[in-house]
Design a protein around this ligand. Sequence first.
Ligand code: NAD
Length: 312
Amino acid sequence: MRVLITGGAGFIGSHSAEVLRARGIELTVLDNLSTGHLDNLSSLGGRFRFLEGDVRDPEALNSAMEGCQAVLHLAALVSVPESIRSPLLAHAINATGTLNVLEAARAQGIKRVVLASSAAVYGENQNLPLGEGEAAQSLSPYAAQKYLGEVYASIYSHLQGMSPVCLRYFNVFGPRQDPASPYSGVLSLFIEALVQGKKATIFGDGGATRDFVYVEDVALANLLAILAPESSEPLIFNVGTGKRTSILQAFEAVREAAGVQATPAFAPPREGDIVHSCADIGRARASLGYHPRFSFSEGITRTVAWSQGGNA
Ligand SMILES: NC(=O)c1ccc[n+]([C@@H]2O[C@H](COP(=O)([O-])OP(=O)(O)OC[C@H]3O[C@@H](n4cnc5c(N)ncnc54)[C@H](O)[C@@H]3O)[C@@H](O)[C@H]2O)c1
């Protein structure tokens, strides 16, 4: 089996590539290297086909999909603030880019396309834990574009007989997450600050909670979605852990793993930050056999070790 990973040189993409390759799956990676790096794929020792190209280019997608039986579509403009500043650019990459992927897959007779969606589609919905049937509430162009991808997936399922799967990732963390990225999760910012002996800032009182999921568990969910039996219904699954961790607890966990004495600085809460977020992962457990393997503290230990110069 050969799978195309768009955005495969990025954070989630490179971990997914490792998990798929370990299962003997052949890989094609399409990436424009805007935020991703080929170094992220160094553990594969060149055992993949790489195409530098853009999901806004239908021709690039057509040739990247040659010989593939499934697509894992991760390429995106992932910054929420950037999507607010440049909604047309974000739309071209996230919405039209996703439509391009579905259209190229249809042309190549590929039925299984796994789309990276996001917990952002739930907006401020506080009916926790959030089940997939909860109302979507897009509060940014990024969230709207991810939601639109799901809508297109549904249309391609019903009209074209394709079998897309949409995965709503919650707060993903782990090695290779770029702390320089404005989208970067709070964890990579804490880790960078504490490992470098700098002050970490908590916006608000630290009582906000998130469902932090370790990147290898997300990569495993991607594999399960690629291999899941075909379905006439488009499938949407949350990918989180079902557990809530407060920002203050997260700070403490990072501090402990880094082995430093530090206290955070506190700043006023940022406008638009969601207070609490947590996934109901019952559907992914039951239908995909998805069971997160990494506890929060184990994920933190691994991520801090990577940040201190260990291997990822
Ligand atoms: N990290 C998270 O917590 C999180 C949460 C929810 C959803 N997601 C989604 O998961 C996916 C992967 O995110 P990530 O965190 O690995 O980010 P990332 O920035 O590390 O990866 C994105 C990859 O896509 C590539 N890319 C960007 N624009 C492209 C384009 N136009 N054409 C081709 N390649 C392009 C980048 O170079 C990069 O390698 C994205 O779709 C993102 O929206 C991530």
